[in-house]
Design a protein around this ligand. Structure first.
Ligand code: NAP
Length: 261
């Protein structure tokens, strides 16, 4: 038990399930979870204690930081290094969830688009600059979580979601290619479905809903098995999810197109 994992955005739906899945891995000694909020970290610690017990939850290290800008990200990096050193074996970047609106783009304010990018692009971008070097130091693996917004929802009134989603998937693809030969594994996992903690409360509609605990297990499997370097793994069904959980990879499929609205 010597490996260090970090979950960026680890209090969220996907992130908290990923932190839980890392804690179940016998090779992982510490799981760093970042958040902008101490309160959310305290809440997560409580959940992990009641779900997994004190012995397991004690392996979580909460770090408060706001990677919205370079200085915020550098400050977060300093805290991470102070806590676990400058080598990280596994990083999962699962921050932000883009703003959604039914407003047509012609009447959407620049401030709204800016808000979406600040939520979904900038945290991933700034964290990449400060956390990727620590993963590279360990010859580890870095996993980007993106969504199917750009592929699934390109329709009227979806600009808020799809513009932010498109930038985050474009960012992940370029970042992977730029570091392809740098000695660590880098993978994008695109969930082309909705992910929730409790699928029994899913609303009706054409969208597939998957469970966050499965998403966490799939991301940890990708990070540990390291079979998909500079590749995008698309998960849009429970079958694909199970394949990724078992094997850390799936055959990339043409994403399902759902006509929203
Ligand atoms: N849920 C889905 O249906 C779904 C489907 C496909 C893909 N995804 C992708 O999965 C990722 C995580 O989604 P989620 O459902 O887990 O979202 P979530 O529950 O809203 O959690 C988002 C996490 O990101 C952090 N975050 C939000 N804005 C941030 C910012 N400006 N700076 C730094 N951190 C920020 C939050 O941390 P703090 O507030 O604690 O700082 C929180 O831990 C997103 O990239 C999303 O596109 C989600």
């Amino acid at each position: 038990m010597t490996k260090i994992a970090i979950v960026l955005g680890g209090t969220g739906t996907v992130g908290s399930a990923t932190a839980t899945a890392f804690l179940k891995e016998s090779s992982v000694s510490k799981v760093v979870v970042t958040s902008r909020s101490q309160e959310k970290l305290d809440e997560l610690a409580k959940e992990l204690k009641s779900g997994l017990g004190d012995d397991v939850a004690i392996r979580v290290i909460g770090i408060v930081g706001n990677p919205h800008c370079e200085n915020g990200a550098k400050d977060m990096q300093a805290k991470v290094i102070a806590a676990v050193g400058d080598k990280i074996d596994f990083a999962v970047s699962a921050m932000g969830f883009g703003w959604f609106s039914h407003d047509p783009l012609a009447t959407t304010s620049a401030a709204k688009i800016d808000e979406a990018l600040k939520m979904q692009l900038y945290p991933a971008f700034e964290c990449w600059k400060v956390i990727m070097p620590l993963v590279r130091n360990a010859s580890g693996s870095y996993v980007f979580v993106t969504g199917g917004g750009p592929d699934m929802f390109l329709g009227p009134g979806t600009g808020g979601l799809t513009i932010a989603g498109s930038t985050s998937t474009a960012f992940a693809k370029v970042a992977m290619k730029e570091t392809a030969g740098d000695g660590f594994t880098c993978t994008e996992v695109s969930f082309q479905a909705r992910i929730c903690r409790d699928p029994s409360v899913k609303p009706p509609g054409p969208i597939t809903w998957l469970v966050s605990t499965d998403a966490g297990s799939a991301l940890v499997s990708v990070a540990l098995k390291r079979k998909a370097h500079v590749q995008t793994i698309v998960i849009s069904t429970i079958e694909e999810m199970n394949e990724v959980i078992a094997n850390g990879i799936t055959i990339p499929l043409v994403p399902a197109i759902i006509h929203y609205l």
